[in-house]
Design a protein. Sequence first.
Length: 363
Amino acid sequence: MSEFPKLKNDLMLRAARGEAVERPPVWIMRQAGRYLPEYHEVKAGRDFFETCRDAEVASEITIQPVRRYAGLLDAAIIFSDILVIPQAMGMKVEIKEKTGPYFPDPLREPSDIPRLLNDEVDVLKELDWAFKAITLTRKKLNGDVPLFGFCGGPFTLLVYMTEGGSTKLYRYIRTWIYKYPEESKAVLQRITDVAVEFLAQQVVAGAQILQVFESWAGEIGPTEFNEFSLPYLKQIAHKLPQRLRELGQEPVPVTIFAKGAWYALDALCSEDSGYDAVSLDWLWDPAEAVKINGGRKTLQGNLDPGVIYGSREIISRKVEAMITGFGGGKKNYIVNLGHGTQPFFDVDAVKFFLEEVHRIGSK
Ligand code: 1CP
């Protein structure tokens, strides 16, 4: 889009597309947010979704880590949440200060399905604030780094829509898939359709790369993953380029993060998955993942976020082992943590981690 400033650092896009790079690019899942004092300052106790819906505030929060870690981060990710899709589908969602997401009226029985907005959800209308925030952020970034758009994976969103919030037991989602498999699939399909349109419109608005967060994939086994997650993840990746063409857009790289779905790595790395990059959690030995991938996709990850609590010496050693394990990082590799930041992270430890990634990755 010609009205946007020219991109000065395209390492992330090149690595995601499988091109050779001088050093592995790095970003951190949930790099904007609660571990940053400047986040709390700007948020000033306001409601989470209120901050997302204010383009000025959302863009400021998105850029905060890029500014604090100037020259060290190779991408920004728009400040929003995966739960905006259920909201667009007509569900009420709140974020509670201490406990996280809360749905006052979750889907508990198939008879609850008609409560979802019927027919086609008007994504442009329901999520117009998200597109405005993306466009403003892309302009404000001034081409320093590319901007990630994202959405939740359909299964993960169905988890929240049925559970009504975070859970340890996954009681209601299990009830749905084992008692009402066909009804579950009907809702998964509706989420998928909204996700495709949401991702496509994020690109129109200015997102240059995308990630799908199937964060709770690891709560189900391979058989259920192949039935209730993978088909919808594949649909998203396959339908997106077509929808982008219709909208006059070039395709952008798309990453899949199916946390815990170790058994699915080969499937996600296959040509037919449709994704450009596959993000790994810290349960993977990098060399093992590299072997399974066989150079087909770009891998992303996978430091245990807990390493940030470690000594400087340990952080260095773990970064070195990770980058070496992924083959040195000059091709098919993006550095990230194995999951998102934690509110207790020390901002200087995060900086040290990023500096070590640059030092070791440039060797
Ligand atoms: O820099 C960034 O990445 C910030 C943007 C962002 C993203 C990509 C936020 C802000 N949330 C997410 C994605 C998200 N949201 C995921 C997928 C990533 C992951 O697996 O971590 C998930 C599962 C959620 C759901 C969610 N929203 C949670 C997790 C709760 C649980 O079930 O464990 C929470 C706490 C939220 C609210 C939220 N979203 C984002 C922030 C900063 C917060 C906390 C709000 C606050 O209290 O300030």
